[in-house]
Design a protein around this ligand. Sequence first.
Ligand code: SAH
Length: 354
Amino acid sequence: MKFLEKIELNSLTLGELEKFMISLSEKSYRAKQLFTYIHKNYGTNIQDISVFSIALRDKLEDCSRINQIEILKRFNSKIDNTKKYLFILEDNNIIESVVMEYKHGLTACISTQVGCKMGCSFCASTKEGFIRNLSPSEMVNQIYNMEKDLKKKISNIVLMGSGEPLDNYENTLKFLNIIHHKSGHNISYRNISLSTCGIVPKIYELADEGIPITLSISLHSPFDDVRKKIMPIGNKYTISEIIQACKYYYNQTNRRITIEYTLIEGVNDRNKDLEELIYVLNELNCHINLIPLNPIEEYNQQRPSGRYVERFKIGLEKTRIPVTIRREMGSDIGASCGQLRRSYTKDRDRNTFQ
Ligand code: SAH
């Protein structure tokens, strides 16, 4: 006989928890108590829920569980207080997250998948392929573990770690719902950014959800032929389709779009790239974030010099488009996304085979 898997309580939204409690013939207000225990008070043990009778705790334990992840390693930057974490999941997969300290508080950058199937040529997260989606609990647990470890609250979240959040749409939406909920962690949607390589139909769906998070688009070239070479998703959706979807997102949410543009020497930093980028973004209410490439072993390209990056920025500033250069955080502890996990799993594999 096949046993049914236990319900993962910390992956359920409050609405789902209420239905679950009712299905156990319990009052629905029990759901809120459970939700607060997990998502406000970092609770991880059903038997510790003192507002529940022992009988209810036992009943819950029979059919459900609270998923946990553990810190495998923490890396501390000596330059700017950035902390990078490797987490080990219950099935021994490894993911990474980052916490950056800004004047306005702590920003966490979290992963949404183990690996990634998008295949962007410059990105380390995708080099070992896709392993699996993260559950909502594995996303919130990155935040909770880092807060507990640092004994500080995280105020801002960016979904810019490993994985493509719109390729794990349902779980990402549940995560957003849970982390925002006032009975739990209560993080404002305005303090959350979601970064995507441009999965157009999902951008429309997200726009219709009524959640005013910031949408960041990894554009990286204004030319479809160049974009296709560095981002395979470009074969599926054109730049003009992405821009249309962004306009729709802006109209629905009133949130200005962020355009991420990783500068790669000789690939997308030429004068004609600058001119076309200005043309392509002409009618979009957006802000551009320039990211000098963090070179990785598997992609034999470099970032332009600092002077050249600045020149690109000045070129954009001549138009009405606001532009920033992404400050490099924690550059002494493994630069870009996916690199940390990748160097860890590479070492692990090497040791296993020895
Ligand atoms: N899947 C999401 C999140 C990716 S990571 C997305 O595609 O947007 C966040 C940003 O870092 C993306 O813009 C991504 O293209 C960029 N990035 C990935 N690897 C990089 C590297 N080696 N150097 C600079 N930027 C990189």
